[in-house]
Ligand binder design. Structure first.
Ligand code: G
Ligand code: G
Ligand code: MN
Ligand code: NA
Length: 254
């Protein structure tokens, strides 16, 4: 309850931020886009990750507020970059099942994009298997509507759930993000390497793009590159950064 009171105060006092983590093309390491990650700039405790507050906000019914904050902030930021001649590439946003199944989610998202003149094709909606695991027709309908409007759908943390393959049939997926647990042991664990190779081959045969997450070393990068991953993300390539640092990353003046 104390946390929730603090959360409500933080909402009123604009203490929520987005961090921007670069996604690069494996080939040539050129910028491809950003994944946006919510943060709470707490007055005493500093910068907090979603683990410290997101579940509590969802349980309190604040997931709609979070969805709106993330989309609005990311779209406004992208518009600012574009107006300054900077190209942020794709913008990945994470949404939970309860966010996606909320009434009007798809329409609200498209309205925000229209308001900021952001092409839906720029947006990658990252959903986890847990997020879509309930066979909820509202989730399927929202994803279908967004996909038809041009929004790209990514399955996040791919490989960690137990019905990943079924989701590829049921949802209009464009991108697979290989969970970092596989990336961590790539090269040292034959099983993880084999699974990663299988995921890449499966994705490509379905015409999907593959993102490797959590790349921390050059050795991991080299192996994932050899396996054919299209895109990469991780501390080696770029940490989640503030909007100002992301502006510099794009070659602009913060
Ligand atoms: O940013 P960090 O690595 O701490 O993220 C931890 C988890 O929280 C990840 O699974 C990430 O997908 C999720 N997450 C980060 N930002 C958001 C957000 O804005 N909305 C939702 N629903 N999840 C997020
Ligand atoms: O589940 P999702 O992929 O959305 O999680 C994103 C989270 O992963 C963010 O909290 C981000 O801080 C974290 N992250 C991003 N790159 C790395 C990395 O190279 N190593 C580790 N350990 N975490 C990472
Ligand atoms: Mn993600
Ligand atoms: Na992930």
């Amino acid at each position: 309850l104390k946390l929730l009171n603090e959360v409500r105060l933080a909402m009123a006092e604009n203490q929520f931020r987005l961090a921007y983590q670069p996604v690069l093309r494996m080939e040539g390491r050129g910028h491809s886009g950003f994944e946006v990650l919510i943060r709470w700039l707490h007055s005493r405790r500093g910068l907090l990750g979603p683990g410290a507050f997101l579940d509590a906000m969802e349980a309190a019914g604040l997931h709609g507020w979070v969805a709106r904050f993330v989309l609005e902030t990311a779209a406004r930021q992208a518009r600012g970059w574009l107006d300054h001649g900077l190209d942020p590439g794709t913008i990945g946003v994470n949404m939970s099942g309860s966010q996606i199944r909320a009434d009007g989610f798809a329409d609200d998202m498209l309205a925000v994009l229209t308001a900021w003149r952001i092409a839906p094709q720029r947006i990658v909606l990252e959903v986890t298997e847990q997020g879509v695991i309930a066979e909820d027709p509202r989730v399927a309908a929202a994803l279908a509507r967004l996909h038809a409007a041009g929004v790209r759908i990514a399955l996040d943390d791919f490989g960690t759930g137990y019905s990943s393959l079924a989701h590829l049939r049921r949802f209009p997926v464009d991108v697979l993000k290989i969970d970092r647990s596989f990336v961590t042991d790539i090269g040292t664990d034959a099983g993880d390497t084999a699974i990663t190779r299988a995921i890449v081959n499966l994705a490509h045969s379905l015409d999907l793009e593959v993102v490797a997450e959590g790349i921390e070393t050059e050795a991991q990068f080299a192996r994932l590159s050899a396996l054919g991953c299209d895109l990469g993300q991780g501390f080696l390539l770029g940490r989640p950064m503030s909007a100002e640092a992301a502006t510099e990353w794009l070659g602009g003046v913060p």
